[in-house]
Write a protein that binds this ligand. Structure first.
Ligand SMILES: [Zn+2]
Length: 265
């Protein structure tokens, strides 16, 4: 499921392929991906207008149209973007297609229909209405410590709670806790200032490195958990057997040996 690094890579892809050229048409193949907007409204908002710039917030993209409107893109479980030129290069599951006057096309590809396309005139209001908290990479150390340190929920749940900090899901919350040596079931409110500090550093480092490596799991360092997400796999840090746990409806992975609950301080 796309998380912050994947969304950032899609932002860069959108920037590189779809800015500053007039949209000549919008085709919606499946209206179920539209959120509170009709195909006609989408077509009217974009007709003969260009995308000016794209802002990422958490797992969302907001593409500014030459007007007060923003196209909202959320990738859901398996959504992605694909730019192409030849008509026969249209990818499968292109639920929404933006045609440009120069002949190019940008497809919103969404095989499992969990992604969403919307329009908004006010990004801050949209974020508020959808209960999306501050972007994980925009948080200061103090803000992070306040949010996570005040939470009595399990720290993995807090990291994944989009209303608290936006962008982190199952895979990167596991990675951050693994590298910070913190047990996923530990409570944020029980973490010492030192461990909260390390958690913040790990979060930033991991998200930034993942973006640098195009959010491609195959490109991540071999001592990361991401390549060892199998029950019983050897922990790349200490050799113990990786275990799973269920939090919410998600299966998380962690090392029972070096990810501790007790505060060593
Ligand atoms: Zn370990």
């Amino acid at each position: 499921m796309p998380e912050l690094p994947d969304a950032e890579v899609f932002k860069q892809y959108f920037d590189a392929t779809a800015l500053h050229k007039p949209v000549s048409g919008v085709t919606v193949a499946d209206e179920r991906v539209l959120d509170a907007v009709s195909p006609q409204q989408l077509g009217q908002a974009l007709s003969d207008r260009s995308f000016q710039r794209v802002r990422r917030h958490g797992k969302y993209l907001f593409a500014e149209i030459e007007s007060s409107q923003r196209l909202v893109v959320h990738f859901g479980m398996t959504g992605s973007l694909k730019y192409y030129e030849a008509a026969d290069a249209e990818p499968e599951h292109a639920q929404v297609r933006f045609d440009f006057a120069d002949g190019g096309h940008l497809a919103f590809v969404n095989p499992r229909l969990f992604g969403r396309i919307a329009l908004t005139g006010d990004v801050e209001r949209f974020l508020h209405e959808h209960e999306i908290g501050p972007d994980a990479l925009a948080l200061s150390r103090d803000e992070f410590q306040e949010i996570v340190g005040a939470s009595t929920a399990m720290v993995k749940s807090t990291l994944m709670d989009q209303s608290k900090l936006a962008g982190i899901g199952n895979i990167y919350s596991d990675e951050i806790l693994f590298q910070a040596r913190i047990h996923p079931r530990e409570r944020g409110s029980r973490l010492s200032a030192g461990r909260l500090d390390r958690l913040f550093d790990c979060m930033r480092e991991i998200l930034e490195k993942a973006i640098e490596r195009r959010a491609d799991p195959a490109q991540m360092p071999k001592n990361w958990l991401i390549d060892h997400r199998r029950e019983g796999a050897a922990c790349p840090m200490c050799g113990a057997a990786i275990e799973t746990l269920e939090i919410g409806s998600r299966t998380g992975y962690y090392c029972p040996s070096h990810q501790s609950r007790e505060d060593p301080a």
